[in-house]
Design a protein around this ligand. Structure first.
Ligand code: PEP
Ligand code: MG
Length: 765
């Protein structure tokens, strides 16, 4: 067919190009041609409308390889002959990662895989989009051009919309049928590893999070009526989200509620509504519009590599799925209906926080998602609901059937699918044991932590969210030894304003009652990023412009936070702790800023705290070599052993390959702590440890031996640490540790273990 100039999509808005393709696809689908014939016509049409020299369709075979099924422009003999291994080449990469590849110079890309039989070496630019359905990649749609060029966002949109139609028709068997199936063994027991994102162990039966609604009709017969449908669905969606705020677990203030607020804002976003309307006005059904806009926005978000955008993308996916369910009249289907088993364990590729709240909490035991990290929004909600959850369980959806027995071990980070009876009984024991142990620790709750020889140890919790605060009461801890304020900043969409910050600190102190709280000022940098704060790209962010370094260079943010803390603590004691101090002079600068803020507030008639204690974290080894100057400038010190060890051993704490090869229970770090303790005694500065080591019984026992009397840890560690303290003799450990740190001592950990064993010290982690 001759392309009229008016049909040339380079000269017309993409909407028109899309419509032309849609119309032609509809014609192709309604003709009674065989599958191969249809594919051949599709690639010809796309190449014509998109003015591409090549258009090809690759489909996934059972073994995960991609086979060239149809092409316009490449050598026809390559069809059904060219196969790419899983992940091979740019096309394989597109399928494997489910991402768009847009390369002006494809052949010079490192992932390019040269296939002489196709004759593609003459083509410079390549645009590949995955053909996906219900999140599953079925194949790849590719266009190529002779001239090097970067395809525009509009080109990407048109190709994506086309891929959508192909996917729907492939699945309904109208096109090729046989080739695209994924082979999985879904009957054997298996273990899938992931990352614990909400602590706990759960046994139950698997429920597949309602698969995405499949969009079958793409073009609207009556656009005006369709627009009306869309508007009504958007209204229902919004009121449904508003109702979630009434949910029993969500009505209290806290970060989980903030997460939902951000989600609600997204649902009301005018830009999203406008895009949806425009897509419907362009001739799509409301459902197709939802998919189209989701794909376009996702493409843009995927270009951003930070955690914030990944989280926003999840919110968008969640909202789009929800809107599709509203349109299909299936919003409240299985989620809270009676067909949910009483021990449901949800499995999903991805899940938004609001979707999790759709399920009946009384029947929900666990959650497994293919993506998701412990900082993701769904993790925050899972923790607030108290269900065991695992993220990063890649590929799990492909391996399960609804109703399968499953065990979520969100302690070890393992999912046991279809476990054998031995595994089930071992885990049942484990669950019972944990429950018994919890009960026993609960019984210790009101007992003070006093060693066998009468030394009182003060135990504090580390916190960072309002939802952590009830743990103070539950664990019977003496206070909050570390409140990581950056979490509020990390969960917000924008820098939290003064009143928001003040309100949070006030709530934290109110929840703590008489017990002290140590607020650590913002520790941003390293793996902690604020999406809305422009930071220079750094090669080594954990050793870069972070925490106190930012506070000194950009005091506005820091002063605002201090002002919020000072205001919130009006009339009571305030403990402020500064992270990542590297030199004693920094504390001088910080103290001057605090004094300035105090003066400012006093001048404006605000009540000041009764007392302001300013402490520092000891995380940078350099401080150990100027302890005299440092200790004179601080009211207390807390050892951040996580960072201290990373810098002492030069071993990145986030890199699993190196993080665990150095032992904190070895002479170097223990001598470092001993040096600190001796100097702190001279200057009468109290020292605490708040890094992970304080929450491990053997390590905590060693810290007692070094003279520490205050420890701060995750709330779940309070019980085991108290049990250790109640069973140990502090003087005996002191002698042992002193002995072990003499010149020539080796095998420190083994000696400590042997001591615990021989002296009946409870070491239970
Ligand atoms: C530490 O470094 O030990 C610490 C407690 O701080 P964070 O883990 O938040 O860096
Ligand atoms: Mg730290």
């Amino acid at each position: 067919m001759v392309t009229r100039r008016g049909d040339d999509p380079r000269l017309l808005p993409s909407e028109t190009a899309l419509r032309v393709i849609m119309r032609r696809l509809r014609e192709i689908m309604s003709d009674d041609d065989d599958g191969q014939g249809r594919l051949d016509r599709i690639v010809r049409q796309i190449a014509g409308v998109m003015v591409a020299e090549v258009c090809s369709i690759y489909l996934k075979r059972q073994d995960g390889s991609l086979e060239l099924f149809a092409t316009e422009g490449l050598n026809p003999n390559a069809v059904h002959a060219t196969r790419m291994k899983r992940g091979e080449g740019l096309v394989g990469r597109c399928a494997e990662l489910g991402t768009i590849v847009n390369e002006p110079e494809a052949s010079s890309h490192p992932a390019f895989s040269y296939r002489p039989e196709t004759g593609e070496e003459v083509y410079h630019s390549l645009l590949a989009v995955p053909i996906t359905r219900s999140g599953e990649v079925l194949g790849v749609l590719v266009i190529q051009n002779l001239t090097p060029r970067e395809y525009s966002d509009e080109d990407v949109e048109v190709l994506q919309a086309t891929a959508l139609v192909i996917a729907e028709n492939l699945v309904s068997g109208a096109v090729a049928g046989t080739g695209a199936a994924i082979e999985v063994s879904r009957s054997q027991p298996m273990i899938i590893e992931g990352e614990p994102i909400s602590d706990g162990i759960a046994l139950g039966h698997l429920v597949l999070h309602e698969p995405r609604i499949v969009v079958t009709q793409l073009l609207a017969d009556n656009p005006a009526a369709e627009l009306d449908r869309l508007d009504r669905a958007l209204n229902t969606l919004q009121s449904n989200i508003d109702e979630m705020f009434e949910h029993e677990h969500m009505s209290a203030a806290g970060e989980h509620r903030d997460v939902l607020e951000a989600y609600r804002m997204f649902a009301h976003d005018k830009g999203w509504h406008r895009r949806l309307r425009e897509a419907v006005e362009g001739g799509l059904t409301a459902e197709a519009a939802v998919e189209r806009v989701q794909n376009t926005m996702r493409t843009r978000m995927l270009r951003q590599h930070d955690a914030y955008w990944r989280e926003r993308q999840r919110d968008l996916d969640d909202l789009s799925d929800r809107l599709l369910r509203v349109l299909a009249g299936r919003l409240t289907s299985s989620a809270n209906g009676s067909d949910l088993p009483p021990d449901a364990i949800l499995v999903a590729r991805t899940m938004g926080p609001a979707e999790l709240l759709d399920y009946d909490r009384n029947k929900l035991r666990g959650l497994i998602v293919e993506d998701g990290s412990s900082q993701s929004h769904v993790a925050v909600v899972a923790k607030a609901l108290g269900i065991a959850a695992i993220g990063q369980a890649s590929g799990i959806v492909e391996c399960v059937n609804a109703g399968d027995a499953v065990i979520v071990d969100a302690v070890a980070g393992e999912v046991h699918l279809r476990p054998t009876s031995e595994v089930i009984s071992a885990y049942s024991d484990k669950v019972r044991f944990r429950a018994r142990r919890q009960k026993r620790y609960l019984a210790l709750r009101d007992r003070p932590a006093i060693t066998k020889d009468g030394v009182r140890i003060s135990l504090h919790i580390n916190a960072g969210l309002i939802v952590d605060m009830p743990h103070l009461e539950e664990s019977g801890a003496d206070g909050v030894g570390l409140y990581r304020t950056e979490l509020q900043f990390m969960l917000s969409d924008a820098f939290p304003r003064l009143d928001k910050q003040t309100q949070l600190y006030r709530t934290v102190m109110a929840e703590a009652g008489d017990r002290p709280v140590v607020f650590r000022t913002l520790d941003i940098g390293g793996d902690k990023v604020l999406p809305y704060l422009r930071q220079p790209k750094e090669e080594n962010p954990s050793m870069g412009w972070r925490a106190i370094r930012m506070a000194i260079d950009r005091p506005e943010l820091f002063r605002l936070q201090l002002r919020a803390m000072l205001k919130a603590a009006g009339g009571r004691e305030l403990r402020v702790m500064i992270p990542m101090v590297s030199a004693s002079y920094e504390m001088g600068a910080i103290r001057a800023l605090i004094e300035r803020e105090k003066e400012f507030l006093a001048k404006h008639g605000h009540a000041l705290p009764q007392e302001v204690l300013v402490g520092a974290m000891l995380e940078v080894p350099a401080l150990l070599f100027e302890l005299d100057a440092f200790l004179q400038r601080v009211d207390f010190v807390s050892v951040g052993s996580n960072d201290l060890m990373q810098f002492l051993f030069a071993a990145d704490r986030t890199n699993a390959r190196v993080a665990s090869r150095f032992d904190v229970l070895s002479p170097a770090p223990l001598r470092a702590l001993r040096t600190l303790m001796k100097a702190a005694k001279r200057y009468r500065v109290p020292v605490t440890v708040c890094g992970e080591m304080a929450g491990r019984p053997l390590e905590a026992m060693t810290l007692l031996g070094l003279g520490l009397r205050t420890l701060s840890m995750a709330p779940a560690s309070i019980g085991p640490i108290k049990a250790m303290i109640l069973s140990v003799n502090a003087e005996a450990v002191r002698e042992l540790v002193e002995d072990l740190l003499k010149e020539g001592a080796k095998e420190v950990r083994q000696a400590l273990e042997a001591f615990a064993e021989n002296n009946g010290v409870e070491i239970d982690s």
